[in-house]
Design a protein around this ligand. Sequence first.
Ligand SMILES: NC(=O)c1ccc[n+]([C@@H]2O[C@H](COP(=O)([O-])OP(=O)(O)OC[C@H]3O[C@@H](n4cnc5c(N)ncnc54)[C@H](OP(=O)(O)O)[C@@H]3O)[C@@H](O)[C@H]2O)c1
Length: 390
Amino acid sequence: MVPMTSTRKYDIILLGASGFTGGLTAHYLTTHAPAEAKIALAGRSRSKLNSVAATLTRAVDIVEVDVNDDASVQTMAAATRVVITTVGPYILYGESVVKACAEAGTDYVDLTGEPEFVDTMYLKYHEVAVRSGARVIHACGFDSIPHDLGAQFTVDQLPEDVPISVRGYVSMNGTFSGGTAASALEAMSRMGSAKKAHGLRMAAETPLVGRKVRVKVGRPGKSDDTNRWALPMPTVDPQVVADSARRSLRYGPDFSYGHFLDSKNFLGTVSMLAGLGVIASLARVSPVRRWMSNRVPPGTGPSEQKRAASSFKVRFYGEGGGTSVVTEVAGGDPGYGETAKMLSESALCLAFDSLPVTSGQQTTASAMGAALRRRLQAQGITFEVLTKSL
Ligand SMILES: NC(=O)c1ccc[n+]([C@@H]2O[C@H](COP(=O)([O-])OP(=O)(O)OC[C@H]3O[C@@H](n4cnc5c(N)ncnc54)[C@H](OP(=O)(O)O)[C@@H]3O)[C@@H](O)[C@H]2O)c1
């Protein structure tokens, strides 16, 4: 553990603690942080934050921050070593926090699953964060930790310096919160601008020399790996896995990743495709998007009972250098229980673990890798090698 020698007032500030996921994160963080860790809850409503603090088993400070008030965000970023933010949709509310952390040299973690936000923040603040030493790490929840660390764990089972192919198949159940619904609908309405931001980012990145990293999109159909129906998942996850691969020679000279939803039957697969297509089209019309979003109001989410009955499993099939491996990452409620755990452990890992020196926009695999995996394993998220053949 790294000694806490910083002169900053706090080790970790949690912004958005009055929200659904923020509340769960406040509970996890305050019950799992070292006793001497200095933690504060932040948000725009002191009374809501006081209500959350009253339910916690340790004392925390309250800091008033409105993401639309740059001065309050800058004051927060300068007062802490790590900021956790659960204020989304991030493309609407996230930029001021990334900017302030990048400028202040403050580590940053969030729960975004919005590719446009990740790419836009890279273009605007990666270099700023490299100069200040801040580590800016997006997608520290179910998007994209199981996939990013799972792909890295799979690569670690394969020989070095050989072309490597990995496919991830996701099975999960559970329902979503108001914040997730609003963010997903916002992202669906902005697919054009997301594509543009990704193109600009790829053009701005330093090209790889003598190596290739590819995302293989694939088609819906029966998978040769699982012998079950598989649906390509155009989420932020494959982008994050590819980002990790670009940053590490361990992924080999030619790395490819495919990301799929594992489905039990053909009819289920087709109806899900059709349903998503309809929602994506409707989400482009703002009054309809607002109406759909209001079906699950902000601050609400699945009950404790529903969360307890939810789980996830991601199975990875990897090959390289004549070796084949099947691995699995599994845990409980993906959207909220495990997300609060993954987000909190990411912040604790940045604050207290000895990690390789990195800065700028990073991924969970590139900045924390095995250290974060060990933390999650210690808290019940499993990473297993199911089969390996040479
Ligand atoms: N990737 C994943 O795996 C995953 C999982 C779960 C959630 N998420 C994401 O996490 C985000 C939060 O979801 P949620 O369901 O927890 O949302 P939520 O319950 O609606 O909470 C949103 C929080 O943002 C705060 N907020 C809104 N505007 C603000 C402002 N101007 N200044 C400061 N704080 C402000 C709210 O404060 P008030 O209480 O004052 O309104 C509240 O604390 C969403 O983007 C969702 O997609 C991602």
